[in-house]
Design a protein around this ligand. Structure first.
Ligand code: NAD
Length: 362
């Protein structure tokens, strides 16, 4: 570990050890702590700090408020063959979503496809992680996710927050190469990115935030200090419409909850997700040229003359580049977030002598 330009740079293996130990101190089984740590650090490695180890203080708060339940097992509520409904029992989303994907993958091996709806799970983090689990098995997947009762985003033409940052994700495996991966919040920027900006004391670019009166703003504080503003959906009415479908397919179809006056969490800091996932075995289709067709399209698209300084990327390529860079140089964490994580570790019961071993050297 070392310190460069104000950010702490920490080796991903050491960070994962620390996070695993933190959750074990906080009462998780070794296996649960390992899964949570792997997921959070993998999100940082993929460049999505909004869903990485910076979430730990929020999870600790949720645990202390009695919302996050440790050491839960996924419960199958209904098994209709190719369609499964499962309940996360407010358990760690990092475990519940992993177990749900295991079930869906096993069912897809038998049937060629599976739809699985997960409800009542604590925050499931970076959705791309679950799609990558499906792609490693050779499968295509898509995921509709809602955030229950925790509005952050204003509807198109609206002026206050009515629903969550509802991510959508899809993956296409490519043998011998990283998959194509679409994985984003339907808000213009993820809420966690406003937290990262707020912790760093920087503004966000224009077009993503409105203040409490519905006026455009660039100060991330509007999402973290009263009076609260809202995020805007990406792509005007299109992103808003996709967010609506994520809310309904994620929250309602799973037998979970959508966001409305009866589900608003008000004082709670917990984040609950519902996710409806469809997994497809490409071998079940009659598409012998599928991979060649996909590669031909990718090559054709990337051959477009570059318009400016930035290369043409395909979905998922940005995350691959981040992984390569961060595996080599470490994961950057701003000083505020690092302090908050260390405090969470102390609150979890990690002794100072152990914590000292994870501190970055100047
Ligand atoms: P983002 O805006 O960084 O977009 C990421 C997507 O865009 C990826 O698919 C990436 O490969 C692709 N991409 C990036 N640059 C590209 C380029 N030049 N060309 C083509 N594709 C490109 O993502 P975000 O909206 O900030 O979301 C961040 C993370 O937050 C995601 O992993 C998402 O799953 C997660 N999230 C989770 C929740 C939750 O409740 N669990 C809520 C919101 C978001």
């Amino acid at each position: 570990m070392n310190q460069i330009q104000g950010d702490i740079y920490i080796n991903h293996t050491i960070l994962q050890q620390m996070v695993q130990s933190l959750w074990q101190h906080a009462g998780s089984s070794k296996q649960e702590a390992q899964r949570v740590a792997e997921h959070l650090v993998a999100a940082n490695l993929a460049g999505h700090d909004s869903h990485g180890v910076g979430m730990i203080p929020s999870y600790m708060l949720s645990k202390s408020q009695g919302h996050l339940q440790q050491n839960q097992q996924l419960r199958i509520v209904k098994d209709a063959g190719a369609v499964l409904t499962v309940d996360g029992g407010q358990g760690f989303g990092q475990v519940m979503a992993a177990e749900a994907m295991d079930l869906a993958i096993a069912r897809t091996q038998k049937l060629g496809m599976c739809a699985i709806a997960l409800r009542n799970s604590h925050h499931i983090g970076r959705i791309g992680h679950w799609a990558e689990q499906c792609a490693r098995a050779g499968y295509i997947s898509f995921h509709f996710v809602n955030v229950v009762g925790d509005p952050m985003v204003a509807p198109f033409n609206g002026s206050d927050r009515r629903f969550g940052t509802n991510p959508f994700c899809a993956i296409f495996p490519r043998p011998g190469q990283p998959p194509l991966l679409l994985d984003f919040a339907t808000s213009g920027i993820a809420y966690g990115k406003t937290r990262v900006a707020w912790n760093k004391g920087v503004n966000v670019p224009p077009g993503y935030l409105i203040d409490h009166q519905g006026k455009p703003d660039i100060d991330p504080a509007v999402m973290h200090e009263a009076p609260f503003g809202s995020l805007l959906a990406f792509g005007l009415h299109k992103g808003y419409a996709l967010a609506v479908m994520c809310e309904i397919l994620g929250g309602a179809l799973s037998g979970g909850q959508t966001t409305h006056p009866q589900s608003l969490k008000n004082t709670s800091d917990a984040i609950f997700n519902c996710m409806t996932t469809v997994v497809l075995d490409p071998a079940a289709f009659d598409a012998p040229d599928m991979q060649q067709e996909a590669e031909a399209f990718i090559a054709w698209t990337k051959a477009s003359p570059q318009a400016g300084d930035n290369a043409i990327l395909i979905p998922g390529e940005w995350e691959e580049a981040q992984r390569a860079e961060r595996r080599l140089h470490g994961i950057p964490i701003d000083a505020n977030s690092w302090q908050q994580i260390c405090q969470a570790a102390r609150d979890a019961g990690m002794p100072d002598s152990e914590l000292a071993g994870y501190q970055p050297q100047a």
